[in-house]
Design a binder for this molecule. Structure first.
Ligand SMILES: [Zn+2]
Length: 437
């Protein structure tokens, strides 16, 4: 109501050329490995039409916003995308509209849809442009038959792009914290001769919840870990937790709330994502799942225990046993999949910790240690970790024999005898042979 009256006043005192009652206030570009998403933030519901000019280069997608002015700066947009070369204006079809041209490197079957304003965003026009948009950072697909192969760990940094995840009291976005932890974890894994990392998202873009495990299967991953930071509607809760899939409904209040929250964030991912993914749901949910779900849940549960054990050395734990909930992202039928809440971003103290690089590194190392312990105690045939009865470890700051023994499921005695050590003192840089089983 207020808006309408205000508009009438404007109408009376504005010159004819300013009739456009909508405006493009901001434009955002999110490249991901298989598409680029361009989001136009508008002050009101977008009134638009579009066409393509694909007969000759440069390939162009032309969008006309009717009764709309342009307030956004289009400079340098698309720099990070291999697909979008440039976003610019062109002569509008009439004085009250704005014409925007997206120049493309290759023809793309664009999908345009609108999203209504919500608490975090204005009205939006979303343009999804399928096509290779960033270099893939994943490993060369590992071949299962390969002798001594590395195990592939799919690392899923939660949220991304349009979906910030939870937001801390100081404005920290969950998506930004978790991508840093994910990258640090990937580095530790790639430094391990028996493991390689596959990042589901490599930078700040959104990947649908069902698409995430899908990507992990395509990369032949042996393990899937989704990294998040928790939030609650009260500031007090703090600490980490590790979640595995449950086919039953989560019975704790926090569990229910988390499930809801993950569903809400899927809504932020856009109408097209929901439509597409619901199409797969019946197929995903039924027989396929049941067949191998039990063993992968058992694997996830055991890995979760190792991870909780490691995490409790570096952070407070909100839950000291693995929790169960039915997150879409965990519905991978045949590999252990788990979701780690690294702490509560809604707790002011923990929000501060989660933004610290040192703490992010510690969390990453705890996840790495836990995952490694899992693969050492549950070896997969023909993997480096299974065939390796020993491996060489370089002593780092903070290590001790008892820490190493616990981490690698062995004993102080076994390490000492293997390395003919007379004392318990270790030197940084010292090479130790660790009997891994
Ligand atoms: Zn999350």
């Amino acid at each position: 109501m207020i808006k309408k009256r205000f508009w009438i006043v404007l109408f009376a005192c504005m010159p004819l050329w300013a009739w456009g009652n909508d405006s493009v206030d901001n434009v955002r570009v999110w490249p991901s490995p298989d598409k680029t998403r361009v989001v136009f933030d508008l002050s009101d519901t977008p009134d638009y039409s579009y066409f393509t000019l694909y007969q000759q280069k440069p390939y162009r997608l032309v969008i006309d916003f009717n009764n709309t002015s342009l307030k956004a700066d289009l400079k340098n947009l698309g720099e990070d995308s291999l697909l979008v070369n440039k976003i610019r204006t062109s002569t509008p079809k009439d004085k009250r509209s704005t014409r925007i041209v997206i120049e493309l490197d290759s023809k793309s079957d664009a999908n345009l849809f609108t999203l209504p304003a919500n608490d975090s965003y204005k009205d939006r026009l979303v343009v999804d442009l399928p096509g290779k948009s960033v270099e893939r950072s994943g490993p060369a697909m590992s071949v299962a038959e390969l002798e001594d192969r590395k195990v592939t760990i799919a690392i899923d940094a939660g949220h991304g792009g349009d979906d910030p995840g939870s937001i801390g009291p100081r404005g920290t976005y969950e998506k930004n914290v978790v991508i840093r932890i994910a990258r640090a974890l990937a580095k530790l894994i790639n430094d391990d001769p028996g493991m390689q990392a596959y990042l589901i998202r490599t930078s700040d873009y959104y990947v649908g919840l069902n698409e995430r495990p899908q990507k992990a299967w395509e990369a032949n991953a042996d393990f899937f870990v989704s990294i998040h930071a928790d939030a609650f509607h009260e500031p007090e809760p703090r600490g980490g937790s590790v979640w595995v899939l449950s086919k039953r409904r989560a019975d704790s209040e926090i569990g229910r709330w988390l499930e809801n929250r993950e569903q809400q964030s899927e809504l932020l991912g856009g109408a097209s994502a929901i439509l597409k993914e619901n199409g797969h749901e019946p197929y995903l949910a039924e027989t396929l799942l049941d067949m191998s779900m039990d063993s992968s849940i058992a694997g996830a549960y055991s890995a979760a225990k190792h991870i909780i054990d490691e995490m409790s050395d570096v952070t407070k734990m909100h839950k000291r046993t693995p929790q169960a909930a039915s997150f879409a992202v965990l519905k991978s039928p045949d590999k252990p999949s788990l979701l780690v809440e690294t702490g509560f971003i809604s707790n002011p103290r923990e929000e501060q910790l989660l933004t610290s690089n040192a703490h992010q590194q510690k969390l990453a190392r705890a996840l790495y240690n836990g995952i490694r312990r899992y693969f050492v105690s549950n070896p997969i045939d023909n993997t480096y970790l299974a065939n390796q009865s020993h491996f060489t470890y370089t002593v780092k700051s903070g290590d001790s024999l008892s820490v190493l023994a616990q981490r690698y499921n062995t004993t102080v005695k076994a390490i000492k005898s293997e390395n003919e050590l007379a004392s318990n003192t270790l030197k940084i840089g010292q090479k130790l042979t660790i009997p891994s089983r």
